[in-house]
Design a protein around this ligand. Structure first.
Ligand code: ADP
Ligand code: MG
Length: 695
């Protein structure tokens, strides 16, 4: 039998494969491209391309594709075969360095948020040698960045790579001050925990809202939801187990470090977590994971739901973004460690995160903003839209003491001197028992819990990396200029704690009291996507991104427009789907049932029997149906009027306040009707049937 280590990464043109296949000199060049960011020349690229092609053909590939991540939320690919005609009417298989390095897909059908109007329609894809090529569906996939002809990023990979570089630059400045030796690289690492739902394919097919919108637009609560807490970590049903097994295997072949799988809190909800890797690779791998989750579910007669909130009243799905910084010497910069020097360094990086989150909460909120995630954030099941940090008792106590100028040790009365005090060695697992915080320190990494299940992790990490780069650069400016490093460091740490401690909160972030308390502290609470996006293009944010070379003002503008458009379009599609389902399914069912009851009432009257019950039911159904039609008409006219040439921000606000609100109102009546109309007349499977469809 084959063991996992035999086939792990067998479909990846990994460093090991390259080392084996490439001439030594070329491998050295590729290695420098991967690890030192050096450019590969065309001659070397030709050799790599040829070897990649031979390797791919051996594994059955006939095509290659540049694989990229446009602003659509999914990945894009255009397949070309390797064939090239020969003079004698045959073909040979060819793949050149030029084809490897650069592609020119037509950019005009991808969202550009206005960048296209000002620049050329043409776009190009550029090989990202730091993410390995792989084989899927008999095709060689080449991870690429996607840019407009003028170099403007049109994708999610480019800014992520830029932000990783920015953070590395500043982190290295700090490490140099600490005299860290032999450190040449600092990488942001990410391990995204992916939540998802599995429902039976047949049930899925009978719900147009799940098919078109990825979530249910109505549905009365089932008698049994997650209140029994019996699903979390429960036994995995055989069908799901078979699916998970195949998913793991396919991911392993692609070099994805799938590690943990378990049932989640809601019925039909599950989670998969990989071992962390560099942010860039983690983003690519997470896209692959989501894609495989969908296609494999299909093969197993199920549908995989990656929406943030497929069912009202049932937990939604998030993507916990575990994030840390690691040096090429293997040091995790958020690991408290146990020597004094390391502690001071750890503390500086820690307070840098605190300051970053406190200074740029809007950007973090924006990085998790979407119509889908708005249903989740602040619904007393996911962290609220208020950005705060959980540190845990011990670390908070240490910061308290440091701020007061005392020793980090609670039992000592020495004046603070970070250089010579030793942090108590806190046990890892006491640090994270708070699941309500959007941003929690979990022992040696931060867990950003606000991203939604369908998100690319790129956006959140672009922001994390950039705001951290900014704070570290300010710190480095100050410390580099200081005549004496240690006292300057102590003062900086103490001041940072004092100035930014308002963002620390260890209590229950789901509570109403926190919302009030946060307001008193002056922390923003941007509840919806339009609220959040109104803060994107501020001069301060533009300056931040420009300073670190992550986004230009144009690129931010384009991204903001795309996010607003997505928001409005999503709600529009949902509203149209809902209108259709109500008009053609729910309204007829309600009338049909009334007809039945009316016939019975009439028959009873003819027999001179009392029919008060039927009459009462008819009156009640009649008035519900009247509300149904009223709200239906109202929504229909709002959707109709939600068009025309108004600014994207205004349109999004209209969709939120009128269309989404109108859907809520309509849903209320539909859900009430569902509880009164017999199941055989109700046109759609209910929550109970959907959530317990996979056994
Ligand atoms: P929990 O459910 O308690 O949050 P999991 O084990 O499900 O824990 O997830 C932890 C995630 O954190 C994993 O994906 C893991 O790879 C990731 N992780 C661990 N260490 C780091 C690190 N240094 N940088 C980034 N991610 C990390
Ligand atoms: Mg987690």
């Amino acid at each position: 039998m084959q063991t996992v280590s035999d086939f792990f990464g067998c479909h990846v043109f990994s460093e090991a494969v390259m080392k084996q296949k490439l001439p030594k000199a070329v491998f050295k060049d590729v290695y420098a491209a991967i690890h030192e960011g050096k450019r590969l020349d065309l001659a070397a690229a030709n050799v790599v391309a040829n070897s990649m092609k031979d390797w791919a053909i051996e594994l059955g590939a006939t095509h290659f594709t540049h694989w990229f991540q446009p602003m659509t939320g999914i990945t894009a690919e255009k397949h070309d075969s390797f064939i090239s005609p020969t003079a004698d009417g045959g073909v040979i298989m060819e793949f050149s360095g030029k084809e490897l390095i650069q592609g020119e897909p037509d950019a005009s059908s991808f969202p550009s948020g206005g960048l296209r109007a000002t620049f050329e329609a043409r776009g190009y894809t550029a090989w990202d040698p730091t993410s390995y090529a792989f084989i899927k569906d008999q095709t060689l996939y080449i991870p690429t960045a996607f840019c407009a002809y003028g170099g403007q990023a049109l994708d999610k990979k480019t800014p992520l790579l830029r932000s990783m570089e920015a953070l590395e630059r500043q982190a290295l400045r700090i490490l140099r001050l600490f005299g860290a030796e032999g450190v040449h690289r600092v990488t942001s690492t990410v391990g995204p925990e992916q939540e998802y739902f599995l429902v039976d394919r047949e049930v899925f097919r009978r719900r147009p809202d799940l098919q078109y919108c990825g979530r249910t637009l109505f549905g009365a609560r089932p008698p049994k939801g997650q209140e029994m807490d019996d699903h979390y970590y429960g036994a995995i049903p055989p069908r799901v187990a078979a699916y998970m097994k195949e998913l793991d295997c396919e991911l392993w072949k692609l070099g994805v470090l799938a590690k943990t799988k378990h049932n989640e809190a809601a019925p039909a909800q599950h989670e998969l977590a990989p071992i962390f890797t560099s942010a860039n690779l983690a983003a690519d791998h997470n896209q692959l994971t989501m894609e495989l989750m969908r296609t494999l579910a299909d093969r197993h007669g199920m549908a995989c739901l990656l929406h943030e909130k497929p069912f009202a009243g049932v937990n939604g799905s998030g993507k916990h973004n575990n994030w840390s910084l690691q040096t090429d010497t293997g040091v995790n910069l958020f690991d408290p460690g146990d020597t004094p020097a390391e502690n001071a360094q750890f503390l500086l990086f820690l307070v840098a995160v605190i300051r970053s989150v406190d200074e740029y909460p809007e950007l973090l909120r924006i990085s998790v903003a979407s119509a889908g995630n708005d249903h989740r954030l602040g619904a007393a099941e996911a962290p609220p839209a208020i950005m705060s940090i959980f540190l845990g008792d011990e670390l908070t106590a240490i910061l308290d003491r440091l701020e007061q100028g005392k020793s980090a040790h609670a039992d000592e009365r020495r004046p603070m001197e970070i250089g010579v005090t030793v942090l108590p060695h806190f046990p890892r697992d006491t640090t994270d028992r708070n699941r309500t915080s959007p941003f929690a320190f979990t022992g040696n990494k931060f867990e950003f819990r606000s991203p939604g299940a369908s998100f690319s992790v790129s956006g959140p990490n672009v922001v994390l990396n950039t705001i951290m780069a900014e704070t570290l650069s300010r710190f480095a400016d100050e410390l580099e200029a200081a005549p004496d490093f240690r006292p300057a460091l102590d003062a900086l740490i103490r001041r940072t704690i004092r100035e930014h401690r308002r963002v620390l909160f260890d209590g229950n972030s789901y509570s109403a009291e926190w919302v009030e308390e946060a307001a008193r502290r002056g922390l923003p609470n941007l509840r919806t996507t339009p609220d959040a996006l109104a803060h994107y293009e501020t001069p301060r944010h533009i300056a931040l991104f420009e300073r670190h070379g992550v986004f230009t003002a144009d690129e931010i503008h384009s991204r903001c427009e795309i996010m607003l458009e997505n928001y409005s379009k999503t709600i529009r599609i949902e509203a149209l789907t809902m209108l259709d389902m109500v008009k053609r399914g729910i309204l007829p069912a309600s009338l049909e049932y009334q007809n039945r009851v009316a016939e019975l009432a009439e028959r009873k009257a003819r027999l001179s029997l009392p029919n008060a019950v039927e009459t009462r039911e008819l009156i009640h159904l009649g008035s519900l149906t009247e509300s149904l039609v009223d709200r239906l008409d109202r929504l229909a006219s709002d959707v109709l009027s939600a068009d025309g040439d108004i600014p994207a921000q205004e349109l999004a606000v209209f969709y939120r306040d009128h269309v989404a609100a109108g859907m809520e109102a309509l849903r209320e009546v539909v859900d009430e009707l569902e509880t009164r109309i017999p199941e055989e007349l109700w046109p759609y499977p209910g929550y109970g049937e959907i959530l317990y469809s996979v056994r």
